[in-house]
Design a protein around this ligand. Structure first.
Ligand code: AMP
Length: 280
């Protein structure tokens, strides 16, 4: 596996590969890799000649400075995991090269930045869009792989960032979960055993809440969810929303509940976690 830090070198290698008609699959990450990330890597390995993984903890997408400082970092373990999978190129750029002082690209994120994560994390998606655009510009992949765990991010990248790149296809892959149902997340590493155990109950509650759509009104569903979470002393819900899978428009009472997803964000101790799933 090649490990590259320099943006110039990376661009050069990617251009050479394209010239040789090699297809490039790309998985952008912030490291502290787990099976969720590896599922994306494996898919890329199956579908492309060359797979590139980037690890860059993007300061622009952290609206909470403490969350940025405490974000888990384990570069050596990440490198070994990627090597074992057969990843071809690991790109580990530094901040000054990703965001040079004259880089001022901004995106019109519109409605998608006003709901759920957009509403609770001001500036987050602008930071995500800016870093993903920059990475696409450098890697210039044919296909890029994202997890549906970050569903709103997937929508924003597909609809706002990817269209700048003509022959780029975006793939969204299902959330990889623990046996308990808890969605894998690098932030789970920050949970105490008790917080971890308590957080593991949330996906089941989410599934039950999803099943209530169309049968109970939104307030009743939210009240029930809040009451269930309050049984766990470390958990605190932030939002519970039902939004359309394509448009992210909130569910309106009386709509037919088809093609909706349920979205949650909650705290376990001081660790903020998100999850979402399709309403069956
Ligand atoms: P991150 O390192 O958290 O920025 O995530 C990098 C990519 O991995 C993003 O596209 C995430 O949506 C995806 N990802 C993170 N957790 C999971 C998971 N549990 N299942 C599937 N994809 C995931």
């Amino acid at each position: 596996m090649k490990i590259i830090q320099s943006v110039t070198e990376m661009s050069q290698i990617m251009q050479d590969l394209r010239r040789k008609d090699q297809s490039i699959g790309f998985v952008p990450t912030m490291g502290a890799l787990h099976e969720g990330h590896l599922a994306l890597v494996r898919k890329s390995l199956l579908e492309n000649d060359v797979t590139v993984v980037s690890i860059f903890v993007n300061p622009l997408q952290f609206n909470n400075p403490e969350d940025f400082l405490k974000y888990p970092k384990m570069p050596e373990k990440d490198r070994l995991m990627l090597e074992q999978e057969g990843c071809d190129v690991l790109f580990t750029p530094v901040k000054d090269e990703i965001f040079p002082p004259d880089y001022n690209q901004r995106f019109q994120l519109g409605f998608w930045d006003t709901v759920m994560e957009g509403a609770f994390r001001p500036g987050h998606f602008q930071g995500v869009a800016r870093v993903v655009y920059r990475l696409f510009e450098i890697v210039h992949p044919h296909k890029a792989y994202f997890g549906l765990k970050d569903y709103q991010q997937f929508i924003i990248i597909s609809k706002v960032v990817a269209p700048y790149f003509k022959d780029l296809k975006i793939s969204g892959l299902e959330t990889v979960r623990e046996k308990s149902g808890l969605a894998l997340s690098s932030r789970n590493l920050r949970l105490t055993p008790i917080q971890y155990e308590q957080a593991s109950h949330v996906p089941e509650l989410l599934k039950i809440a999803a099943g209530m759509l169309g049968k109970k009104n939104l307030q009743e569903i939210r009240d029930w969810f809040q009451a269930e979470l309050s049984k766990y002393n470390e958990l605190r819900p932030e939002y519970l929303e039902f939004a359309h899978a394509d448009t992210l428009q909130p569910f309106v009472e009386g709509d037919a509940p088809s093609n909706y997803r349920i979205f949650v964000s909650f705290y376990a101790g001081d660790v903020r976690l998100i999850d979402n799933m399709a309403v069956q």
